[in-house]
Design a protein around this ligand. Structure first.
Ligand SMILES: CC(C)(COP(=O)(O)OP(=O)(O)OC[C@H]1O[C@@H](n2cnc3c(N)ncnc32)[C@H](O)[C@@H]1OP(=O)(O)O)[C@@H](O)C(=O)NCCC(=O)NCCS
Length: 186
């Protein structure tokens, strides 16, 4: 049974925190946590926040800003703080901050902040409109504006990159390889 959706839902309505203990089964051969484990947890957190805001199931369309700058260790408690930063018509941008806590020392490190674009879908698989976003704090407003800027830059980058790639003539660009660690072997 589905309920009528409000015109706006506040950011706080769908904010979620997912916490998980990093067990040995999540480790790679070097003893650190697999990046894929963290990506999977981030996807879950993004899904939870987006689908709660939308009141519909959501799918992941794109992921930005995934840079793991510090390793996560077995035994650490990882928390993913997710909130909807921006909404379009059927899409939502969810910001996810990942922190890892060493429970013995109490040390907390910020491992990364990433942005998941999700789209709400109807049962028939068609994208469906989502409620607007109620900005409750100055921080919510800052994130919303930042998301608009991020999208503008991404669109511009995508366009410029596509143009550059379609105009690419490899023989003309071979000088780019001069200081790279590669060797032409054909
Ligand atoms: C994402 C998807 C729904 C877009 O379908 P579409 O027919 O192009 O639909 P639309 O053009 O109406 O786009 C829907 C929304 O997605 C957004 N969108 C589409 N492609 C996008 C992209 N590459 N990056 C960011 N947003 C994108 C559009 O801007 C639009 O947002 P808006 O309604 O807020 O303006 C479709 O490509 C899809 O279902 N992909 C598979 C997603 C999936 O299954 N993910 C799970 C991992 S396998």
């Amino acid at each position: 049974m589905s309920y009528p959706k409000p015109e706006f839902r506040p950011v706080s309505y769908s904010r979620v925190t997912l916490t998980e203990l990093m067990i040995p089964a999540y480790a790679n051969f070097g003893g650190k946590i697999h990046g894929g484990i963290l990506l999977s947890l981030m996807d879950k957190a993004a899904y939870a926040a987006a689908s709660k805001h939308a009141g519909n199931y959501c799918v992941t369309v794109s992921v930005d800003g995934v840079n793991f700058l510090q390793p996560v260790e077995v035994g650490e408690l990882v928390s993913l703080l997710a909130s909807v930063n921006y909404v379009g018509r059927t899409s939502l941008l969810v910001g996810i901050k990942v922190i890892a806590e060493d429970v013995r020392s109490g040390t907390v490190k910020h491992t990364n902040t990433s942005y998941f674009t999700m789209v709400a879908k109807e049962d028939n698989g068609q994208p469906t409109p989502v409620p607007g976003l109620g900005l409750e704090t100055l921080e919510d407003t800052r994130r919303f504006v930042e998301a608009i800027k991020r999208r503008e830059l991404k669109d511009r980058y995508r366009m410029e990159f596509d143009n550059a790639v379609s105009a690419l003539a490899v023989p003309r660009e071979l000088h780019l390889l001069a200081h790279e660690r590669c060797q032409i072997m054909y």
